[in-house]
Design a protein around this ligand. Structure first.
Ligand code: A2P
Length: 261
C-alpha cells in the first residue's frame, strides 16, 4: 500500500474525475472512494484514462449498511467494480459498523470470501472501535486495515494500540483535522517554520513517520502536490512528542455507535 493517499469525500463524480486525474498526474497511487460518496464513476474514469497501469494503483472503496451479509458484500463489490470500471479492488471496507443493526461480523466474513475469490486484495473496516474489533477477533476475523478519524487533535490511542498488537494497519481519515482549526495551531506552526514546511506537510509527516497512512483530500493541484511532498524531511523526536501531546478529547467527534451509512 502506498504510504499516503487521496481522500475523495465530498467530491461528486465530475469533481472527482478532475481531482483524481490531477492527483494521478502528480504521483498519487492510492485513491480512496466509497459507495456512499457517489463518485465512483468519476474516480474510475480518471483512473482508467490516467495512463498508469492498474497494478501500480491502489484503489479503496467502502460499502453501506444494507450490504452487511455474506451475499450482500459480494453484490456491493460487484456493483462498486462496475461503477469504477475495474475488475478488482485493492481494499474494500465496511464503511461503518452500524452496531444497532449488528451484522458487521457477517460483513467481514463476506469480505474474507471475496479475498479468496480474488475480487479484492485486502479486507478492511472503517470507524470500528476496540469493542467492534473485539467482536471480530472473537469470531476469528482480523481485518488488514481499520480506517479511522485520526489527527493530532484526535489521537485515538486505544484504537491505535490495539491495531499495533494485532498487526492491523491504520489509515487516517480527515488527517488534516478539517473543521478543527488544527492547521492554524501555534505549536504546529512553530514546527513548520523550523522545517521550512507548511503546517499540512508537518501534520502529514507526523502520520507517515509513525506508520499511519493518511488520506488527505484536496481538489487543488497545488495542495495535492504539497501534501505528497511530505516524504523528504524528518521530524525530530521532540517534534513528534509535541504533536503527539495536542489531543483534544473534548472536540466533538463522529460517533461509530450512532452514525453510519
Ligand atoms: P481543498 O480541497 O480546497 O484543498 P481533511 O483531509 O483533513 O479532511 O482536510 C481536507 C480539507 O483541507 C479540505 O478543505 C482541503 O481543501 C484542505 N486542504 C488539503 N490540503 C491542504 C493543505 N496542504 N493546506 C491547507 N488546506 C488543505
Amino acid at each position: 500500500m502506498p504510504r499516503l493517499g487521496l481522500g475523495t469525500w465530498p467530491m461528486d463524480d465530475s469533481q472527482a474525475a478532475v481531482a483524481v486525474a490531477a492527483a494521478v498526474r502528480a504521483g498519487y497511487r492510492l485513491i480512496d472512494t466509497a459507495e456512499n460518496y457517489r463518485n465512483e464513476h468519476g474516480v474510475g474514469t480518471a483512473l482508467r484514462d490516467g495512463g498508469v497501469a492498474r497494478a501500480e494503483l491502489f484503489v479503496t472503496s467502502k460499502f453501506n449498511r444494507r450490504w452487511h451479509s455474506v451475499d450482500g458484500v459480494r453484490q456491493a463489490c460487484v456493483q462498486s467494480l462496475a461503477r469504477l470500471g475495474l475488475d478488482y479492488l485493492d481494499l474494500f471496507l465496511v464503511h461503518w459498523p452500524n452496531p444497532e443493526q449488528d451484522r458487521y461480523v457477517e460483513a467481514v466474513e463476506g469480505l474474507m470470501r471475496l479475498l479468496d475469490d480474488g475480487l479484492i486484495r485486502a479486507v478492511g473496516t472503517s470507524n470500528f472501535t476496540p469493542a467492534h474489533l473485539q467482536r471480530l477477533f472473537d469470531a476469528g476475523l482480523t481485518p488488514h486495515v481499520n480506517q479511522i478519524q485520526l489527527h493530532p487533535y484526535r489521537l485515538r490511542p486505544d484504537v491505535v494500540a490495539l491495531h499495533r498488537d494485532r498487526g492491523i494497519l491504520t489509515q487516517s481519515w480527515s488527517p488534516l483535522g478539517w473543521g478543527t482549526g488544527l492547521l492554524a495551531d501555534e505549536t504546529i506552526a512553530r514546527v513548520a517554520r523550523r522545517h521550512g514546511r507548511s503546517p499540512a506537510q508537518v501534520v502529514l509527516r507526523w502520520h507517515i513517520q509513525q506508520g499511519l497512512v493518511p488520506l488527505p483530500r484536496s481538489t487543488d493541484p497545488g495542495r495535492q502536490a504539497q501534501n505528497l511532498a511530505s516524504f523528504d524531511f524528518t521530524l525530530t523526536d521532540d517534534d513528534m512528542v509535541m504533536l503527539g501531546s495536542l489531543d483534544r478529547p473534548d472536540l466533538p467527534m463522529v460517533d461509530a455507535d450512532t452514525y453510519g451509512h
